[in-house]
Write a protein that binds this ligand. Structure first.
Ligand SMILES: NC(=O)c1ccc[n+]([C@@H]2O[C@H](COP(=O)([O-])OP(=O)(O)OC[C@H]3O[C@@H](n4cnc5c(N)ncnc54)[C@H](OP(=O)(O)O)[C@@H]3O)[C@@H](O)[C@H]2O)c1
Length: 323
């Protein structure tokens, strides 16, 4: 028997239950892993609440690092004893051990430790596709990034700076402001500032070519107002609630804007995507261009407290859950 977090009904953090599970042995294409560290992600809160429905009862979480302990038939790229991490696949990373499709497992370089790996896989691959594919950030461009001191935010800001961009971050507190300035942002605004005016001033009145907005409902109109003609809003999260009912005329009257609502699963569909993203991500981290900041550690059995901290904006950088 192993212990894991289970969700039997959608709701607040209190629905996260610490239970015993009988795991069994891996089947074809599967591997069994003992987790060393588990990544906490905002998307886990959407799945727990039912905003992104999952079949119940269910495990939770899709990011962790650990060691392969056994593999089923037809698994060739990992073997027992390998240090691995993942950011994709079925729910269930909030567990001491699990069985999952081996195709999502990536072997870890020696110099990336277990906690760092669990802090960077999902957030790092997200930063990779947002900055390199959804919109290809160019040297010299000003870009706007909300939640710049968060898990994705600190990684994306450093990566964008490495690409040569000038990153304008937005955060909610002075402490987060300092952190974002030390991790890739050239300038950092507070959420209470007149963001549109400040962004216009920084960009000679023009606006930015791209806004990366994981906040959602509360920031939609401000984000559109910060864009230059034909600029792109990348609305990639719902931290304040989902965006609903955008009138497309709002795009026309602000000079032919674009909006996309991307998801990691579209950009990492298969092994080839995963390997390309991880190769780039590992290169940035091992090359010292991206410092992975672990702001909080929680015992895995206290995942409910971790969710409370994340949704009440009390976390900085990445958070890990320790089995
Ligand atoms: N589409 C994708 O593929 C994808 C993948 C990964 C993550 N995401 C999204 O990226 C965002 C960041 O994820 P993360 O796990 O790294 O979380 P995080 O950024 O560490 O935490 C979320 C941050 O959002 C900000 N925020 C603004 N308004 C908020 C509100 N009303 N309630 C709570 N937080 C608010 C807070 O920063 P301030 O206090 O500084 O405002 C908070 O720290 C999430 O929206 C997530 O859904 C999307």
């Amino acid at each position: 028997m192993i212990r894991a977090i289970q969700v039997k009904e959608f709701g607040g953090p209190e629905v996260l239950k610490w239970v015993e599970i009988d795991l069994g042995e891996p089947g074809p294409g599967e591997a069994r892993i003992v987790h060393k560290a588990v990544g906490l992600n905002f998307i886990d809160t959407y799945r727990r609440s039912g905003l992104y429905p999952i079949d119940l009862p269910s495990g939770l979480g899709t990011e962790a690092s650990g060691i392969v302990t056994s593999v089923g038939p037809d698994v060739h790229h990992v073997a027992p004893g390998d240090r691995v991490a993942y950011a994709m696949g079925p729910q269930g990373s909030y567990s001491e051990e699990r069985i999952m499709p081996a195709k999502w497992l990536v072997k870890l370089p020696e110099d990336i430790n277990d906690e760092i790996a669990a802090s960077m896989m999902l957030k790092g691959l997200t930063s990779w596709y947002l900055l390199r594919q959804t919109y290809s950030v160019q040297p010299g461009e000003w870009i706007l990034l909300y939640a710049a001191a968060g898990g994705v935010g600190l990684i994306a800001a450093q990566w964008a700076r490495k690409l040569g961009a000038h990153v304008i971050g937005v955060v909610s507190t002075e402490e987060k402001r300092q952190l974002a300035l030390n991790h890739g942002c050239e300038t950092v605004l507070l959420a209470t500032d007149d963001i549109v005016t400040k962004v216009r001033n920084l960009t000679g009145g023009e606006g930015v070519p791209v806004v990366y907005d994981p906040v959602g409902k509360d920031t939609l109109i401000t984000s559109l107002d910060c864009l230059r003609p034909r600029g792109l809003l990348v609305s990639f999260g719902n931290a304040s609630g989902p965006v609903e009912g955008l009138n497309l005329l709002e795009l026309a009257k602000r000079d032919s804007l674009y909006v996309t609502r991307p998801g990691l699963w579209t950009y990492v569909k298969n092994r080839e995507d995963l390997e390309a993203g991880c190769a780039d991500l590992f290169k940035q981290v091992l090359g010292g261009h991206i410092d992975i900041k672990i702001g909080q550690r929680f015992d895995l059995c206290d995942a409910a407290d971790a969710h409370r901290a994340l949704t009440s904006r009390r976390t900085i950088g990445s958070s890990v859950l320790l089995p």
